[in-house]
Design a binder for this molecule. Structure first.
Ligand code: HEM
Ligand code: SF4
Ligand code: SF4
Length: 530
């Protein structure tokens, strides 16, 4: 059932991403920048909050008056800041919840990824606490409603000496200290959330916390327009002698309030506890999937650090050598952090398929999809191709489905992530004459499930990041198709066109004769291979 739910969520996001791709350039697609947009909203809330603090007065009478002054008399400065503060807070809830759903849909919350998921939960809770406490500070009718409903709900727990809802029974019972306390909560809670966010990103290498400039500017400009067209206003002063009349709710922060107001406490508390337990337990619920972590082979590791630089999940450290090889360090994998994307194997200089005289064992490799296994899959795929315009398609299992390629013309080699492919494999296919062309495919551009697979691949092909694609490799015989899960049609069309182009090219001479000697073991070191 969870699988079905996850697949449905993913399908919705894939559809939304494709729709937005018609309007935005791929790196600006908002659905691919949800967490970075959450950070942007957080900074806007902080900056506007600091400005508002200058004008805000913490007193039963003064609070509403100061907010009215901000809204009416200073509408052109503090008023806009108030609206910014309100709408950026709504934006934060929206992007944060979409971020959570997307991580769920992409299956990035289970196994070793539990940590980011679990640390995200208190962040989400604190964002709601901060937002709700913000509504109290205005001390208008909505604030009165929020204060009464939330304190009555908290009182159901019976953990406070005296019911706190009593403070709102009559004007005499409420004093200014209450507003000072709320102000403190409203400032302290987001700071604690920021601290937990720092923890949230501890297992993510180079987290993307800033949206691309264009998207950031566009978001900010849209916020500003919204603030001018539809400024945030109060809903009349609170009056504790009256029951608040119907109020307009903020559906980002307060959607549960009508339920809290009308349903019995044990039911709402029970439901809240059940949802929390379910969300915390989600990473460990069956069906569990535990791919085996990458493994280092010190005999083939020269300590070059490429895998360390490329790992998207901080799973590799450079440690002391465990042997007497004359290198400064060796890669060490922490299996509790490794998501088995294989990007490290694609980075290793020893992952070259040309190695035939010694066993093909890179310095680091995936036990369940080894580099030698990928080479065998390439050779098997090549054996099925015939005629002119033959293509080998390397693709990741998270991207476009690779079945249904035109038989005889194209054959696929699946990888855990396209970043698992060492560029020397492209060289190998073309220079050994195993196919006339190579297509690399996977997730959508900027939407790589393993975060950096596509970016590193592009930069390796452009010879900007090690390991480079060898200079002599004919780039006109390679294509990339970052089309994602819904891109089968595009991929097939590209393969059809590319095959025709390849067939029209003069045949390429294989640069090397396949070596047909039996492989030797690693112990029989062969310096030629290095
Ligand atoms: C204000 C709220 C949040 C912010 C600003 C935020 C920010 C981020 C950022 C910047 C990343 C790294 C993305 C990347 O570079 O690829 C990330 C990853 C992640 N976040 Fe959040 N997050 C928030 C809330 C949450 C919540 C509430 C959850 C879940 C309950 C969550 C779950 C995750 C997961 C599972 C990942 C890891 C993805 C992976 O393994 O690649 N986040 N978050
Ligand atoms: S498989 Fe991926 S997560 Fe694991 S060590 Fe290699 S690059 Fe890092
Ligand atoms: S890329 Fe290969 S050789 Fe370089 S440190 Fe990693 S395992 Fe060792």
């Amino acid at each position: 059932m969870i699988n079905t739910l996850r697949r449905s969520v993913r399908a919705v996001f894939d559809g939304g991403e494709a729709l937005l791709a018609k309007v935005f350039p791929s790196q600006w697609n908002p659905l691919l920048n949800l967490s970075a947009l959450s950070f942007l909203f957080y900074w806007v809330i902080t900056a506007s909050g600091i400005y508002l603090y200058i004008f805000f007065d913490t007193g039963v009478e003064q609070a509403y008056r100061s907010v009215e002054y901000i809204t009416q008399e200073q509408w052109y400065a503090a008023g806009i800041m108030r609206s910014m503060h309100r709408y950026a807070s709504d934006g934060l809830v929206l992007t944060m919840l979409l971020h959570v759903l997307r991580e769920f849909g992409l299956d990035r919350y289970r196994g070793v990824r539990w940590f980011s998921w679990v640390t995200g939960i208190p962040v989400a809770m604190l964002v709601f606490v901060a937002g709700i406490s913000g509504y109290w500070l205005v001390w208008d009718k909505l604030a009165q409603y929020v204060a009464i409903v939330s304190t009555e709900w908290l009182d159901q727990l019976r953990i406070f000496g005296a019911p706190i809802a009593r403070n709102f029974l009559s004007p005499e019972m409420l004093d200014s200290r209450f507003f000072t306390l709320m102000m403190f909560i409203h400032i302290a809670v987001p700071l604690i959330a920021l601290l937990i966010l720092w923890l949230h990103l501890q297992r993510i290498a180079k987290p993307r916390i800033n949206p691309p400039r264009g998207l950031a500017f566009g978001t900010f400009a849209s916020l500003l327009v919204l603030c001018l067209v539809h400024p945030a206003v109060s809903q009349g002063p609170a009056n504790l002698s009256e029951v608040p009349s119907p109020v307009g709710l903020d559906w980002f922060y307060l959607p549960a309030f009508p339920l809290l107001e009308t349903m019995p406490g044990p039911v709402t508390w029970g439901a809240a506890a059940a949802i929390l337990i379910m969300v915390v337990a989600l990473p460990w619920l069956p069906p569990l999937r535990k791919p085996k972590a990458a493994v280092v082979d010190p005999a083939n590791c020269n300590g070059c650090r490429r895998c360390y630089n490329d790992c998207p999940y901080t799973a590799i450290a450079m440690g002391q050598r465990s042997d007497d090889m004359p290198f400064a360090a060796q890669a060490v994998v922490d299996p509790s952090l490794c998501v088995a994307c294989g990007i490290c194997a694609g980075a290793c200089p020893r992952a070259t398929p040309f190695r035939k005289r010694t066993e093909l064992r890179p310095g680091i490799d995936l036990p369940e999809l080894t580099t030698a296994g990928v080479r065998s899959a390439v050779e098997r795929a090549a054996a099925t191709l015939q005629g002119k315009g033959r293509i080998i398609v390397f693709g990741c299992t998270s991207g476009v489905p690779l079945d249904g390629l035109p038989p005889g013309t194209a054959a696929s080699v699946p990888l855990n992530c396209i970043g698992q492919l060492a560029p020397s494999f492209i060289d190998y296919v073309l220079s050994m004459g195993l196919a006339d062309g190579v297509v690399l495919t996977g997730c959508t551009e900027c939407g790589c499930r393993a975060r950096f697979g596509i970016e590193w691949t592009e930069r390796r092909l452009a010879r900007e990041r090690h390991p480079y694609l060898r200079n002599g490799v004919p780039l006109e015989r390679t294509r990339t198709a970052w089309v994602g899960r819904r891109g089968r049609k595009k991929l097939l069309a590209l393969i059809g066109r590319f095959s025709d182009e390849l067939a029209a090219m003069p045949p390429s001479e294989p640069a090397y004769e396949p070596i047909r000697r039996p492989p030797r073991t690693v112990q029989e070191k062969d310096t030629v291979d290095a």
